[in-house]
Design a protein around this ligand. Structure first.
Ligand code: SF4
Length: 387
């Protein structure tokens, strides 16, 4: 149950925290926030436009990703696909290649599917109806609210990591802000605070204040335009609010990748829909148990490559070990080198390609796949490298 904290002498007296804040200081909050935003908003490429397509691309790229990382990706993506029609007409490989390194590749595949839907169902125009927008692949409540408010000025609230933290502090909400009851309170506050005009700017200002001033560890309260309205600051609870939700445990994953080569060309396999990094190209790769398949010998590794690609391989040689963290997984990738020895029947749906090390750049690959490709391209196929 969410705490309706009452602090005597503060703005929360006599009312549940969220109601007191929203109804008591709404006008003052909006004025101060928007004035601050006019002066301090960062100059970002997607802020130069109200075009729904550009706002949409930026919002999807910014999910789980830092602004500084997104800027060059956003520019490159818009040069390659200047319109929804261009994105809809592009092959998935090209979309994934341009997304490579941003991570969370499902976002790119959903974006691509959504562009095709908009081209087919909405005549290539980004829809304005909230239900239509929320029906698009990869667009949830937050993304829909951001696009509709920023592009069309619609009265739609937003709530993402930065605004959750900011609003939790402004409401002195002590419970886990990701819990169902807290989310209800926060969404309601985000909706109740919306002004009648400048809704897109207001929503962006909330996010900007959360990301630039009301930061997680040491919020810059002396520089905060709404400090006088903030009960968390008044009570010195910045380190306690928002409460930290329990983190999912880190999972160790051990995998093997085999660089199979034949006459100077490398074998790639496209990852299937049910796999991590679906649609991207990779060296034949699979999970290995503890103790590793390597310890079980060449036969076990050969068997896995055959099952994935329909190819037999010669003896394997250990090449290197790559360690990489992705979301909650800590991956240890044992990499091997082997020559192709012959063909047998490929499994259903297997897509393979042979490419020279110099052409690897044309394929969308996972971070570890790209790293391994780089090692092979640099060191050559005949030489062993250190792990
Ligand atoms: Fe956040 Fe401090 Fe501003 Fe309160 S006063 S909203 S804690 S930055």
């Amino acid at each position: 149950m969410v705490e309706s904290t009452k602090f005597s002498g503060c703005i929360l007296a006599n009312l549940p925290a969220h109601e007191s804040f929203v109804h008591g200081r709404r006008g003052s909050f909006r004025t101060k926030l928007l004035a601050w935003y006019r002066e301090h908003a960062r100059d970002l490429p997607w802020r130069k436009t109200h075009d729904a397509y550009r706002v949409w691309i930026s919002e999807v790229m910014l999910q789980q990703t830092q602004v500084a990382t997104v800027v060059p990706y956003f520019d490159r993506f818009l040069i390659a696909f200047p319109s929804i029609a261009d994105l809809a007409a592009a092959p998935e490989d090209q979309v994934l290649r341009l997304w490579e390194g941003l991570g969370y590749y499902r976002r790119a595949r959903q974006l691509h599917r959504a562009a095709r839907l908009i081209a087919e169902v909405h005549n290539g125009e980004f829809p304005r109806n909230p239900d239509d927008v929320r029906r698009l692949p990869g667009i949830g409540r937050y993304t829909a609210g951001a696009i509709l408010s920023i592009a069309f000025g619609a009265a739609e609230p937003i709530l993402e990591a930065n605004t959750v933290r900011l609003l939790a502090r402004l409401l002195a909400l002590r419970d886990d802000p990701t819990s169902g009851p807290s989310q209800k309170i926060l969404w309601r506050a985000a909706a109740d605070l919306l002004p009648r005009e400048n809704i897109g700017a207001f929503n962006q200002a909330l996010m900007e204040l959360g990301s630039q001033v009301c930061v997680p560890r040491e919020p810059r309260c002396p520089a905060c335009p709404v400090a006088a309205l903030c009960p968390t600051r008044k009570l010195g609870l910045q380190k306690v609010i928002p409460a930290t939700p329990p983190k999912p445990p880190i999972e160790d994953v051990k995998e093997a990748a085999i660089v199979v080569h034949r006459r100077g060309r490398l074998l790639l396999r496209r990852r299937q829909a049910t796999e991590r990094w679906a649609g991207m190209w990779d060296f034949p790769r699979f999970a290995i148990g503890q103790p590793s398949l390597a310890a079980e010998g060449n036969m076990a590794l050969s068997q896995q490559v055959r099952e994935l690609t329909g190819l037999s391989i010669g003896p394997v040689e250990h090449l290197t070990t790559i360690r990489h963290g992705v979301t909650r997984f800590r991956i240890t990738l044992d990499c091997y080198l082997a020559t192709a020895a012959g063909r047998c029947s490929a499994p259903d749906g297997a897509e393979i390609a042979w490419t020279s090390p110099g052409e690897l750049d044309e394929y969308a690959m996972s971070v570890t796949g790209r790293k391994l490709g780089g090692i092979v391209a640099t060191r050559g196929l005949g030489k062993k490298v250190k792990g």
